[in-house]
Write a protein that binds this ligand. Structure first.
Ligand code: KIV
Ligand code: ZN
Length: 388
C-alpha cells in the first residue's frame, strides 16, 4: 500500500509523550512554535496531545491543528468513547487528522491494569477502532506494553484492529524491556503471521529504560516497520523515548540499510536547543548527535588524526546536524597540531611564533582552566611576546 517501500515515516511525540515529563509542560504558544519547527524539520506526524486529559491539552490540539498544515496531527485516546469524542472534537480543524487509540496487550496489563481477560480486551480494542473510524479515516491503534505481550495474542489483536479499520498499528515497548533481537523478531512475527498486515503500517514506539530505545527502533524498521515514534532529544516518560535525531542519522549514515526519512537533519541543533530551553530539560553533553561534545575532539591523538583527515574521527558531518563548525576543544590533552590550528584560525602566523614556548604556556593555562576558549588564547598570546 506504500508508494515507496523504503520510506520510513516519522511520528514525533515530543508534545505528548515528551510533554508528560514532570517540569516539561508547555504553554499553547510554545507548543505551536515547536510544532512549526517540527513541520520545517519534515516530520510526517505530530502527536499534539491527549485531549481528554485537561482543557489546556484539548485547546493545544485545537490550536496546533489550525497552525500546522503539512503533517498529520494526531491526538491520543484510551479505548473509550469519551476519550475518542474529545479527540475528534479537538481535531476538528486539522487538515490531516489522526486518532491514536489503544489498550494494553500484555497479560500483565490485562490482569493488573484492566482487571480483564484477553477476550474482553480484544473486544474493546475493536470497538474503539470502529468508533474512532466514524470521525476520521486515519486511525492508529496502540497495543500498550506490546514489548512484553505474548506474540500470538498480539498478532490476533493486530489482525482484528486492522480488520476494524486501523491504518497504522503501533507496537510499543512501553517499558523499554525488549532486547533489539527480541523486538525485531516481534515485528517480523507480525509481518509473517498477521494475514492483513499489508493493509496497515507497522509503527515502533520504544522507551529507553535499558538504554535500548534507538537500537530497538532500528531493529523494528529493519524487520518491516515503516513508522518510528520518537521525540526531540529523546525526552519522555522515565528514561525517555527514542531520540528522533539518532534514528534519522543512523539511516543517513548507514546507506546500506536502504531506508530513508523526509527529515532535514540540518535543523537538529536548532530544534534541540529550542526543546531543551522551553522544556527546561538540559541535554547531556555526551548525547549522541546533538550533545555539546558530540562532535568535539579533545585528546591530542584524536585532534591530530582529525586535522590530518576529518573522517579519521568523524562518521558524520557536523554541518549535517546544523553545527556551523566542528569542535576541536583545547584542553591540557591537546597537542601542538590542535593549538596551531586554533592560532591560525585566530589570525596568527605560526611560522613567526615560538611554538614551543606558546605550547608550554598553553599547557599551564589549560591545566588551570580545563578548557581553553578563543578569549583565553588571545589572552595567552597578548601575555607573551607573540602578538599577531
Ligand atoms: O509507551 C506507550 O505505550 C505509549 C502509548 C500510549 C502509545 O506512549
Ligand atoms: Zn510511550
Amino acid at each position: 500500500m506504500l508508494h515507496d517501500p523504503n520510506r520510513v515515516f516519522v511520528f514525533d511525540t515530543t508534545l505528548r509523550d515528551g510533554e508528560q515529563v514532570p517540569g516539561c509542560q508547555l504553554s499553547t504558544p510554545e507548543k505551536i512554535e515547536i510544532a512549526k519547527a517540527l513541520e520545517l524539520l519534515g516530520v510526517d506526524v505530530i502527536e499534539a496531545g491527549f485531549p481528554i486529559s485537561s482543557p489546556g491539552d484539548f485547546q493545544s490540539v485545537v490550536e496546533l491543528s489550525k497552525a500546522v498544515t503539512n503533517p498529520i496531527i494526531c491526538a491520543l485516546t484510551r479505548a473509550n468513547k469519551g476519550d475518542i469524542d474529545s479527540a475528534a472534537a479537538a481535531l476538528k480543524y486539522a487538515k490531516h487528522p489522526r486518532i491514536h487509540t489503544g489498550i494494553g496487550a500484555s497479560d500483565m496489563h490485562i490482569k493488573y491494569k484492566f482487571n480483564s481477560t484477553r477476550e474482553q480486551i480484544l473486544e474493546r480494542a475493536v470497538d474503539a477502532v470502529k468508533y474512532a473510524k466514524k470521525f476520521v479515516e486515519d486511525i492508529e491503534f496502540y497495543a500498550e506494553d506490546a514489548g512484553r505481550a505474548d506474540n500470538e495474542f498480539l498478532a490476533q489483536m493486530v489482525e482484528a484492529v486492522i480488520a476494524a479499520g486501523a491504518t497504522v498499528v503501533n507496537i510499543p515497548d512501553t517499558n523499554g524491556y525488549c532486547l533489539p533481537e527480541q523486538y525485531g523478531a516481534k515485528i517480523l512475527y507480525l509481518k509473517e503471521n498477521v494475514k492483513n498486515i499489508d493493509q496497515a503500517i507497522i509503527s515502533v514506539h520504544c522507551h529507553n529504560d535499558l538504554g535500548l530505545a534507538t537500537a530497538n527502533t532500528v531493529a523494528g524498521i529493519v524487520n518491516g516497520a515503516r513508522q518510528i515514534e520518537c521525540t526531540i532529544n529523546g525526552i519522555g516518560e522515565r528514561a525517555g523515548n527514542t531520540a528522533l535525531e539518532e534514528v534519522a542519522m543512523i539511516l543517513k549514515t548507514h546507506k546500506a540499510l536502504n531506508l530513508h526519512t523526509n527529515i532535514n537533519s540540518k535543523h537538529f541543533t536548532e530544534i534541540s536547543n529550542m526543546v531543551s530551553r522551553m522544556m527546561r530539560m538540559p541535554v547531556q553533553p555526551n548525547k549522541a548527535i546533538i550533545g555539546k561534545n558530540a562532535f568535539a575532539h579533545s585528546s591530542g591523538i584524536h585532534q591530530d588524526g582529525f586535522l590530518k583527515h576529518r573522517e579519521n574521527y568523524e562518521i558524520m558531518n557536523p554541518e549535517d546536524v546544523g553545527l556551523i563548525e566542528a569542535g576541536i576543544i583545547l584542553t591540557a590533552r591537546s597537542g601542538r597540531h590542535a593549538l596551531k590550528h586554533h592560532l591560525e584560525r585566530l589570525g596568527y602566523d605560526n611560522e613567526k611564533l615560538n611554538l614551543d614556548d606558546v605550547y608550554q604556556r598553553f599547557l599551564v593555562l589549560a591545566d588551570e582552566k580545563k578548557e581553553i576558549s578563543d578569549d583565553d588564547l588571545l589572552f595567552l598570546m597578548s601575555d607573551g611576546d607573540e602578538s599577531a
